[in-house]
Design a binder for this molecule. Structure first.
Ligand SMILES: [Zn+2]
Length: 307
């Protein structure tokens, strides 16, 4: 058995060369760390997922080598299992002969869909990321909570693995102050919202902040669009990863504040039947006039043909 463990107060990292008998040892070390982090109530789900994914390594990775990393972020536990085998697991309809498909269905259920397989930046093997909500259960519903913020940052990061490290470093400062109604401290994470609605070649760019009436950052973006343009957007999913997360420098007025600032950008299409926007029509502007950074990044397929 080869198990190398590195602990920190927020992270448990294991380098493993697995045999079937090692699974119990890994579970024991992991359970002990989860209890140390105060996650006794969610430990069983997390351990089940870890066990299923390590069993997958035993079954499908010829070298049996992998790394297991658990990182305690604000309100979330981030679990990563990386191996050196390039074959990507495929979720299949559960059948008796397809244990991998059954395992991934279980992972999907226990993480509430918060998992993803990504190709690591160095392109060697694959890495499975899983997120578990470990936020306090007693907070009021209907208002953005720290866990919602961190989840959206992570979901964004999982779709843009190259940007994941830059944005996740902010997550420890996510707070529950909007949900509790308290004011943020100078050490909280400051989130602002950019909302873009597009109608063909025209777009309307609006910005705003999260408020207590917003149930999620995506809901804040819809509210900002509706207030600014009168367009009624579909309710859409409560949480949706932003298309772009942009770290912003602190403003000149608060250069003494240590707050990290992230700007979440969301893009919407105008609903069918909306009045046609024109250049003389309030905040609408041609897409080609938007600043290249960062807004053109939201329109990857509509970059104007400047031949
Ligand atoms: Zn706060």
């Amino acid at each position: 058995m080869t198990i190398h463990t590195h602990h920190s107060d927020r992270k448990l990292h294991m380098e493993l060369t697995l045999r079937p008998v090692d699974l119990a040892t890994v579970r024991r070390i992991t359970r002990s760390q989860l209890h140390g982090w105060g996650m006794a109530t969610t430990a069983d789900d997390i351990l089940t997922v870890v066990n299923e994914l390590l069993t997958n390594v035993l079954d499908h990775v010829p070298s049996k080598r992998c790394t297991l990393t658990l990182e305690h972020k604000a309100y979330l536990l981030h679990v990563r299992i990386r191996d050196d085998c390039p074959g990507m697991p495929v979720r299949q309809r559960p059948r008796a002969s397809r244990t991998t498909g059954r395992r991934l269905a279980l992972v999907d259920t226990l993480t509430h869909g918060g998992w993803k397989v990504v190709r690591p930046p160095d392109d060697v093997g694959k890495e499975i990321h899983c997120l578990f909500d470990v936020s306090p259960a007693a907070l009021p519903t209907g208002t953005v909570k720290g866990g919602d913020i961190v989840r959206e940052i992570f979901r964004y990061g999982l779709t843009h693995p190259d940007r994941l490290p830059q944005v996740v470093r902010h997550t420890r400062r996510a707070c529950d102050h909007l949900a509790t109604g308290e004011s943020c401290t100078p050490w909280c994470l400051a989130i602002s919202i950019g909302a873009v609605v597009r109608d063909g070649d025209m777009a309307c760019v609006l910005e705003g902040t999260l408020t207590q009436e917003d149930s999620s950052p995506a809901a804040a973006a819809r509210r900002i669009i509706t207030r600014g343009t009168g367009l009624r957007l579909d309710a859409g999913p409560a949480t949706a990863p932003p298309l772009l997360i942009e770290p912003r420098p602190a403003g000149a007025s608060d250069c003494t504040s240590p707050r990290d600032r992230l700007h979440f950008w969301y893009l919407f299409e105008t609903p069918p039947g909306s009045p046609k926007p024109s250049k003389s029509n309030g905040p609408w502007t041609p897409v080609t006039d938007l600043p290249p950074t960062p807004l053109q990044a939201l329109f990857p397929t509509s970059t104007p043909g400047r031949c």
